[in-house]
Write a protein that binds this ligand. Structure first.
Ligand SMILES: Cc1cc2nc3c(=O)[nH]c(=O)nc-3n(C[C@H](O)[C@H](O)[C@H](O)COP(=O)(O)OP(=O)(O)OC[C@H]3O[C@@H](n4cnc5c(N)ncnc54)[C@H](O)[C@@H]3O)c2cc1C
Length: 281
């Protein structure tokens, strides 16, 4: 296995004290697997500003895994973004996930000064030079609001060339879409690592809703199989684990430079895949 591969786990900031305790327990368990980093999402418009900041500082400082805050630009002013960047920089945070974000429904139109993630990447570089390793988002199956696939590729390339160091993808269930995306952006002169984002399958109805919204296609053969299990959560879990483990194996064999797990603040589903793949510990 290549030494350069990197493995990471993503969390979302919890809303309650109990949720935060659960997140910390999950993070401590995942930390024993020595991932390269954790990341923590950010509610566009600043809705999780303090919770993301506190979670990142605690995971980084106490759980002792380097932790990357996500930062999104819609709905935040340049002054607010500058302040957060300063706080992270002075706390020794070295990696940041730069996004446009999606404003939660009801928050109206975006009011930030930066409209797209490529502008945020440029802003971070202008403000902080080379201090941060900047991650950006990639969409092998196309961002749902893009005009078409080619336009989305061009936007990705512009965002990468604005100064990103690597990318993490939206989750997908079709390895070929990932390989095709990487092949295309390489031909367009982008050579940064593009790490597949992995969503373990645990709850089918939630997954189907979420996948519709974010444009991730659940292949018909997977959908039909999952639907046939009805309320049988254990069969859904076991089948999901098998499908995702097999896809990850193919991705790594095909040269993917690592994996980024969307944990949804749970350890077991990601660890089951990690163990099936016999990833390093
Ligand atoms: C790994 C990962 C982590 C994420 N974490 C979070 C999070 O913490 N918080 C959150 O709110 N959301 C998060 N998201 C979701 C993300 O914010 C949404 O998908 C959002 O709609 C797009 O963000 P982006 O950074 O990819 O946007 P962009 O790269 O700005 O693209 C957004 C859309 O605009 C188009 N576009 C880009 N640039 C231009 C341009 N200059 N002119 C015209 N069109 C353009 C693109 O083709 C695309 O359709 C995450 C997504 C991923 C994959």
């Amino acid at each position: 296995m290549s030494q350069e591969r990197r493995y990471s786990f993503e969390f979302f900031p919890a809303k309650t004290e109990a949720g935060h305790e659960k997140l910390l327990n999950t993070a401590r368990q995942l930390a024993t697997y020595k991932p390269d980093f954790f990341s923590c999402t950010y509610g566009a418009g600043g809705s999780t500003r303090d919770r993301t900041l506190n979670t990142v500082l605690q995971l980084d400082g106490e759980v002792k895994i380097p932790t990357a805050p996500h930062l999104s630009c819609v709905g935040d002013s340049k002054a607010e973004l500058r302040e957060l960047l300063g706080l992270y920089k002075s706390a020794g945070i070295q990696r940041i996930v730069a996004l446009r974000g999606d404003l939660p429904s009801g928050m109206g139109m975006a009011s930030g000064e930066l409209r797209y993630a490529n502008e945020l990447v440029s802003f971070i570089r202008e403000e902080t030079g080379d201090h941060f390793h900047i991650e950006i988002a990639a969409y092998p199956e196309m961002h749902p609001q893009a005009r078409n696939f080619e336009a989305d590729l061009a936007n990705f390339v512009r965002k990468a060339k604005a100064g990103a160091n690597s990318a993490m993808t939206q989750y997908f269930f079709n390895a070929d879409s990932y390989f095709y995306f990487v092949e295309r952006v390489r031909k367009m002169g982008v050579d940064i690592p593009v790490v597949p984002g992995i969503m373990p399958i645990t709850n089918y109805s939630k997954l189907a809703r979420f996948s519709d919204a974010c444009g991730a296609e659940i292949p018909r053969w997977v959908r039909k199989q999952l639907e046939s299990y009805g309320d049988d959560a254990e069969s859904i879990r076991a089948y999901g684990e098998q499908v995702i483990s097999e896809m990850c194996e193919r991705l790594l064999q095909g040269g993917a430079p690592g994996l980024h797990f969307y944990t949804l603040n749970q350890a077991e589903p990601s660890l089951a895949i990690w163990n099936n793949l016999k990833l390093p510990r």
